[in-house]
Design a protein. Structure first.
Length: 499
């Protein structure tokens, strides 16, 4: 879509908006479709070039025929139905779909919310976009949680999510001989997809023990689809003879002396706390390593708005919401992984529930009736219970810092070592990742602590205290020109245009 622009260069919204949805993954798409069907005018904003988020990530439209990735996706029927709904409302003008738009902040206003974004659809040009609406729904998803180990900063060591994104978004197999490690069911589809694309997956190292699931039978019995999905991945692993090594961790990586790329990993059996068991270490040759320890909710837009957070049960915090996905800030809603990681099915249901809450809270004569929520709320409850069980069955190992030598890099952007972080804890004394940042610069680099923050938190904070990211007023890098553009008054503004 090419939106009309005012003389100041801003994107001009000629009809007042009722709702801005940030994030076009499963939660955001479901929320936007439900709100549009209920009669609202919606702006759906996403940094990607197409709706779908990371879960339904596809190659660019002009490359899909050459890079087929349909077999890597689940729920494509749902995805296509949502896209058709959005396209229909876009044709009527009720939906403003803003792709390649990076939202860098949102602020409360007297009549709702002001959302600031940068249009990066025509690089290197950047244009400021300002949206206003009485309701804001944040569905910005989550990102990979990483735990450092000696050699994790070598070329060829990626996140498990990064490996999958390369496959889905470009049909790219990152390496020929791959080792995966970490914890959680997400490792299985990544291994299956890599093997199906021709990579040799040498091992999947799962830090947890499968018996942990036996302590949580009810969520498993209530979610038979999860069993079927896991069985499919297990079948693929068996077909390609991929060994799944439980209670095992990747505790180091070694580089190739010629180009520095990873050439091998060291794995070890883990005790009940996650510390390597002496005498169990083994060396595996590999040119690519994928590591994932779950995910961290993306809260950058929510923190400056002042909404309460809650313990997500997996070592992170997430947006605190009521049964209608309302945050503690009036007019602000959240859905999907921002409320705690739980998968696409949960995100879809939460997006629909949130949209119905918006319809209820903005109810006006002449709008269609609000759809019943009983089934969606049961779905949310069922999938949230499964997510809690998964977090308990696949925790971050308590004693993983035993893997680290003092010269192991923890913050890759600023090259801060584990020894420096420990010194800040013991001599500072720093009690959280924010104080470590002040003392060592860990978290001051390009990623702003997204990669190292959870690990630094684990190294210095109390074991029972969940990780909460630092508040950032600017969620994504933005040029001074775009900042100036967003502050410049526009002509002929409507209530939804920049003023």
């Amino acid at each position: 879509m090419t939106e009309p622009r005012d003389p100041g260069g801003h994107a001009a919204m000629h009809e007042p908006l009722d709702l801005v949805v940030v994030g076009a993954g499963p939660a955001g798409m479901a929320a936007a479709a439900t709100a549009l069907d209920g009669g609202l005018r919606v702006a759906l904003v996403d940094a990607g070039s197409a709706p779908g988020g990371q879960f339904w990530r596809h190659p660019p439209d002009d490359a899909r025929d050459a890079l087929p990735t349909e077999d890597l996706h689940h729920g494509l029927r749902t995805y296509r139905a949502l896209r058709a709904t959005l396209a229909a409302h876009e044709r009527t003008g009720r939906l403003t779909l803003l792709l390649d738009h990076h939202v860098w902040t949102a602020a409360r206003a007297a009549d709702g919310f002001t959302v600031h974004a940068v249009d990066r659809g025509r690089p290197p040009e950047e244009r400021a976009v300002v949206l206003r609406a009485p309701a804001l729904l944040v569905a910005t998803g989550a990102y990979d949680r990483q735990l450092p180990f000696p050699g994790w900063d070598l070329p060829g060591v990626l996140t498990a999510g990064g490996l999958q994104s390369l496959l889905k978004g470009g049909g790219v197999v990152a390496g020929r001989r791959v080792v995966l490690g970490g914890t959680g069911p997400f490792l299985l589809p990544v291994a299956a997809a890599l093997a199906a694309r021709g990579a040799e997956v040498v091992a999947v190292c799962e830090a947890a023990a499968p018996s942990a699931w036996l302590r949580h039978p009810a969520p498993l019995l209530r979610n038979p689809a999860k069993w079927a999905e896991a069985a499919g991945h297990a079948s693929t692993l068996a077909r390609y003879r991929i060994p799944l090594r439980t209670r095992t961790g990747i505790v180091g990586a070694e580089g190739d002396g010629r180009d520095g790329r990873v050439a091998a990993v060291r794995t070890a059996s883990l005790d009940a706390g996650g510390a390597p068991i002496p005498g169990t270490e083994r060396r595996i040759e590999a040119d690519t390593v994928g590591v994932g320890w779950g995910f961290v909710p993306q809260l950058d837009l929510l923190l400056p708005l002042g909404c309460d957070l809650a313990d997500a049960g997996d070592g992170t915090t997430a947006a605190a919401v009521d049964t209608g996905q309302r945050t503690t800030v009036p007019g602000l809603y959240a859905a999907g992984e921002t409320c705690g990681v739980g998968g696409a099915a949960l995100a879809l249901s939460e997006g629909r529930v949130a949209a119905v809450s918006v319809l209820t809270d903005l109810s006006a004569p002449g709008r269609p009736g609000v759809r019943p929520l009983a089934a969606e709320r049961r779905s949310v409850s069922r999938h949230r219970a499964f997510a809690r069980a998964m977090a308990q069955a696949h925790p971050v190992p308590r004693d993983w810092p035993a893997w680290l030598t003092d010269d192991t890099t923890v913050c890759r952007c600023e090259e801060v070592t584990a020894g420096a972080v420990r010194a800040a804890r013991d001599d500072g004394p720093a009690t959280d990742h924010r104080q470590v940042k002040q003392l060592t610069r860990a978290g001051m680099g390009w990623c702003q602590g997204r990669m190292c923050g959870p690990a630094v938190h684990c190294l210095v904070a109390a074991r029972t205290e969940p990780y909460t990211p630092a508040e950032r007023l600017i969620a994504t890098p933005v040029t001074l020109g775009a900042l100036a553009d967003s502050a410049r008054p526009s002509t002929g503004a409507t209530p939804s245009e920049p003023t």
